[in-house]
Design a protein. Structure first.
Lengths: 578, 74
């Protein structure tokens, strides 16, 4: 990973590829790379869909090595959904392959004139940008099927569906899993719309002839990785719960805690959870010949994913994640896993963020476009998005736009991005992260649920404000660093409880690069990334007034705890005061 | 006193999803776990009536106890 490729899609005479050295970006990976490039190079007032914006694709610092869990790919840009800086990361095979090809970043710049659609083929022999108008308006599954006919099965694919081409603000970028399904998405913030604006439909990553990236100290790296894997296997979350049930194991936990946002955040509990919880989902998947245990990329030891089949044993989708089961399930009053899995497939195929899409459908239901619990209507509304009808374009631009168009007051977004499956009134620490995060509402950017609800890494009362600001601050810093390593965020579940596993990860980072990495270095990296992001957002016009939750979280009490969001504004303003 | 116990994830194997039973006065969360042969070191999340509690918390008539192993995701 000693080079950066810049592809000027708007160059005179056609797209132009320039490959250069890392320069000031040496040593960066993942979110550190995407956010520092965007903060340095993109005008903060640029239109997100214009030629001035850039799409930075970066493997993590340890991607492409023999290290476990290192397959996260970061994609960054100015977000068309939020107007803030954006980093969205995904699993799948892309990060490992791109890293082995030697690229610390591939940056799409400019914007072509005309309506030709391009694919980009990256191999050991270089980068080709090829017009392929036969892919126009195809969705992700057919795009990958078509490209596999041409490039085969020993490559990784990134692609956008019709939503990305139409520049819908909820559009995602799909990455293929080990079996070449386009199921792992850089979902949040409309990164797919930025790729679509640059008229890039797909990126084919072919690492034939390339080797694993070699560590500077191979023996120490091997030993550190071994200790790291042992730590993940022995922790009950990463070694048992996630492999057996996947992320949807959280449905019952949040519902019992009264923090499961039901029917567009009207209640903290949903009566249909028994039918859609992770326990029921895993049982059904196994019974139907699918799987409740599957890795989204090679080298994953947690295996939190799965395969969801229909009653005849035919593939429907990958195992819908907790957030997806919630957004299309409890949030919309739908308690049918078959419907939720079908919506998951539709989202992946059209290429939209399952969180934004599901939350939007719930907001549309609140507007009266459909009744809560009407599964057929939910499917029909998502079909509108895939068909690109005027209504579908509104819905495909997310919850905030949909709420405005249909006059809905209860719209659960911060900085234009939908909240996810944790009500901030019953999980006050999560509310701090939603409000203050640099990406808009994003549970992954400082997962206070761990300490508030799951009692991992400490114990803070979810219904009180004490300690929540400090918790969110520390988690946001650590997450910004972790998102830069290429490690899956779920390793944090073990790291927070097991200092020796945290140390093993530091040893991996140090021995790979022939340096040392300490806890202080890790914190400094996280602060550097967050500072770059906050600086970009400030220059883009964001102030502390944007670091707030929608008013209804302050004025409406949530059952069963009958509680509002209580963290004071001046406390929220202290999150980044380190 | 009547107490409803809900079990989740791996705790359900060989036990039940939900069961209402008689427990003697003075029963704690720890006693419930012992009666169900749930190793205390595997208890991750414990709630009574939707609020987190510790092992030594005493139960009252009509309480609903929810017991989970340590879980995560999201």
């Amino acid at each position: 990973m000693d080079k950066i490729a810049r592809i000027d899609m708007g160059a005179a005479g056609g797209p132009k590829v320039t490959v250069g050295d890392l320069g000031a970006y040496a040593g960066l990976g993942g979110r550190a790379m995407t956010s520092i490039v965007i903060s340095t190079e993109v005008h903060p007032l640029a239109h997100a869909l214009g030629a001035e914006n850039k799409l930075v694709i970066a493997p993590g610092m340890l991607s492409g090595t023999t290290g476990s869990m290192t397959g996260r790919l970061s994609v960054g840009c100015k977000s068309p959904l939020t107007g803030t800086i954006k980093e969205s990361n995904a699993g799948g095979q892309a990060a490992q392959v791109l890293a082995r090809l030697g690229y610390a970043a591939v940056i799409l710049e400019g914007k072509p004139e005309g309506d030709d659609l391009y694919k980009i083929y990256i191999s050991k022999d270089g980068i080709q940008v090829i017009v392929d108008n036969s892919l126009k308006l195809l969705n992700n599954y057919p795009v990958i099927e078509k490209l596999r006919g041409e490039y085969g099965d020993k490559v990784a694919y990134m692609s956008i569906g019709s939503a990305g081409e139409r520049k819908l603000l909820a559009a995602s970028i799909a990455c293929t899993d080990p079996e070449l399904r386009p199921t792992r998405h850089c979902g949040r913030g409309g990164v797919g719309a930025v790729m679509g604006a640059k008229r890039v439909k797909a990126i084919i990553l072919d690492d034939a002839g390339m080797k694993m990236r070699p560590p500077k100290d191979p023996d120490k790296y091997r030993d550190a990785n071994r200790a790291f894997v042992e730590g993940l296997r022995k922790h009950p979350v990463t070694g048992q719960g996630l492999p057996a049930y996947g992320t949807n194991v959280l449905t019952n936990v949040l519902n019992e805690a009264g923090g499961y946002p039901a029917l567009n955040f009207k209640s903290g509990q949903f009566e249909g959870v028994a039918k859609i919880c992770g326990e029921a989902q895993a049982e059904l998947e196994i019974k139907r010949g699918g799987s409740a245990t599957h890795g989204c990329h090679r080298g994953c030891v947690i295996q939190c994913s799965g395969i969801y089949n229909d009653k005849d044993g035919k593939y429907v989708s990958k195992q819908p994640e907790y957030e997806t089961v919630w957004s299309h399930g409890g949030h919309c009053g739908i308690d049918d896993l078959d419907v939720i899995a079908r919506l998951d497939y539709m989202d992946d195929n059209i290429g939209v963020d399952t969180i934004e899409m599901g939350v939007t459908i719930g907001v549309a239901m609140d507007a009266g476009l459909a009744a809560f619990g009407d599964a057929e209507a939910a499917i029909r509304l998502v079909e509108e998005v895939g068909n690109g009808t005027p209504l579908g374009r509104v819905l495909g631009c997310g919850a905030e736009i949909t709420g405005k168009v249909f006059g809905v007051e209860r719209v659960p977004v911060v900085k234009g991005q939908a909240l996810s499956a944790y009500d901030p009134r019953a999980v006050q620490g999560m509310g701090v992260t939603y409000a203050t995060g640099t990406m808009g509402a994003d549970h992954t950017s400082g997962y206070a649920v761990a300490t508030n609800i799951l009692k991992i890494g400490g114990d803070i009362d979810p219904l009180k404000t004490e300690g929540q600001v400090e918790l969110s601050r520390n988690l946001q810093i650590a997450t910004a660093a972790l998102d830069s390593t290429g490690m899956c965020l779920f390793v944090a579940m073990a790291l927070m409880d097991q200092p020796e596993t945290f140390q093993a990860m530091f040893d991996m980072l140090g021995s790979f690069h022939g340096t040392s990495m300490t806890g202080e270095d890790f914190v400094a990296l996280g602060k550097k990334v967050l500072s770059a992001e906050r600086d970009f957002n400030t220059r883009a016009g964001f102030t502390k007034a944007h670091d707030r939750l929608p008013r209804f979280f302050y004025t409406e009490q949530l059952a069963p705890h009958n509680i509002a969001f209580m963290v004071k504004d001046e406390e929220l303003d202290e999150v980044f005061n380190w | 006193m009547h107490v409803t116990v809900k079990l989740f994830a791996s705790f359900r194997a060989g036990r039940f999803d939900v069961e209402t039973a008689d427990y003697p006065d003075g029963t704690t969360v720890s006693d419930v776990a012992d009666r169900l042969k749930l190793p205390q070191n595997e208890l991750g999340i414990m709630m009574i009536n939707n609020r987190h509690v510790k092992l030594d918390r005493m139960l009252a008539d009509g309480d609903t106890v929810a017991l989970f192993p340590l879980l995560g995701g999201g």
